[in-house]
Design a protein around this ligand. Structure first.
Ligand code: CQM
Ligand code: MG
Length: 326
């Protein structure tokens, strides 16, 4: 961790401690998919410094390998969460409700000796699917603690029904054994669903990409951005990651080990941004004490929305520092 980051951690920690402890924020900058039928890749993923792993039963696994995938994941779950130098999210992506594989996946995954931290539920279209999923979870009465759930929105129906999906997820979680923690934008499936043609700028999915991040924030969920499938092009990945971070996304899906450090770095604010935020917060409180709500800060007008942006940035740095020792 840099000297500046350490200093900020000491100065700002107490200020935000209350907010952070309320929702047990877990950092999810890179969400790495690992095909569930491939033990070699799972072992490799266990050795990586990655925020979030999703052992995959869904699209990373061929249709004739589904059973192999869930049985392999079952064995890895039974062996326990691997020890790493820092906390990470140990998750499983099951198949969608509509696929009719979902129940079989849950029957296997949720009867393992150790449960994953998180279940990723792909292709959520409407609240009925969510209710069905929730009732399936209820069958596992051994679930003593709430399991975290990541909801994938990757169809036109899902984007259209997003507000109702988030409302229902929050409502159901009040007295059920799961907790929605994030929304994922499944850009590739969404493109296919609406019959769009993919461009480098992703203008064809801009509305959905923005709607998802807006809705995530409205419901205090993390927002996880599209996957970058040109996995050998790390410059392009960096550019798209920064774009997602600028839009308000808190993380990005990845498919290859080489993508992990690029994405995790891109979702960290730069030292320049951290200094800007720290100076702005100090200046804001100085001006506020003298009765000024808006003031000139290095040539720009600053008032309370800008303060909130600076506070968001510092809060994020604080959480990253706590979870990753960076
Ligand atoms: C792209 C592929 C085929 C290139 O596979 P490769 O074997 O040619 O790669 P490599 O460069 O040779 O691999 C180097 C090393 O990394 C390992 N490795 C490689 N990948 C992984 C991985 N993911 N996790 C852990 N380890 C991995 C690999 O085993 C090898 O290990 P080694 O050096 O020890 O021999 C391969 O990386 C892969 O299978 N990735 C995962 C693909 C996947 O899960 N796709 C589905 C998720 S995206 C999605 O669902 C869409 C979305 C969101 O739903 C929507 O937008 O709609
Ligand atoms: Mg998908």
């Amino acid at each position: 961790m840099s000297v500046l980051l350490k200093k900020i951690k000491i100065n700002i920690y107490s200020q935000f401690k209350r907010n952070l402890s309320n929702n047990q924020y877990k950092i999810r900058r890179a969400l790495l998919y690992v095909p569930g039928d491939d033990p070699k890749k799972i072992n490799k993923a266990y050795k990586l410094d990655v925020d979030c792993i999703a052992l995959d039963c869904e699209d990373g696994v061929a249709a004739n390998r589904k059973e192999q995938a869930r049985n392999t994941i079952f064995e890895f779950l039974n062996n326990g969460k691997p020890k790493k130098s820092r906390e990470f999210d140990w998750g499983v992506r099951i198949n969608s409700v509509k696929s009719e594989l979902c129940q079989n996946d849950l029957d296997v995954i949720l009867t393992a000796q150790n449960l994953p931290d998180t279940i990723s539920l792909p292709k959520v279209n409407d609240t009925e699917e969510l209710k069905w999923f929730s009732s399936q979870l209820e069958r596992f009465t051994a679930l003593k603690t709430k399991i975290s759930v990541i909801l994938f929105i990757e169809t036109a129906q899902g984007i259209m029904n997003l507000k109702e999906i988030c409302t229902t997820a929050k409502k159901l979680s009040e007295n059920r054994n799961f907790e929605p923690v994030a929304l994922v934008f499944g850009g590739d499936d969404y493109l296919a669903d609406i019959g769009a043609r993919k461009t480098d700028q992703l203008t064809e999915v801009l509305y959905a990409r923005q709607k998802l991040v807006m809705m995530a924030k409205a419901f205090q969920l993390q927002a996880i951005d599209v996957v970058y499938i040109q996995y050998k092009d790390l410059d392009g990945l960096k550019q798209q990651s920064i774009e997602g971070a600028n839009m308000g996304y808190t993380g990005k899906q990845v498919i290859h080990p080489d993508q992990v450090p690029v994405v995790q770095e891109a979702f960290l604010p730069s030292e320049k941004q951290i200094k800007w935020a720290k100076d702005l917060i100090e200046a804001y409180h100085k001006y506020a004490a003298s009765g000024k709500g808006a003031f000139n800060f290095n040539g720009i007008m600053v008032d309370s929305p800008t303060l909130k942006q600076a506070e968001n940035l510092i809060k994020f740095v604080e959480v990253v520092g706590k979870d990753t020792n960076q």
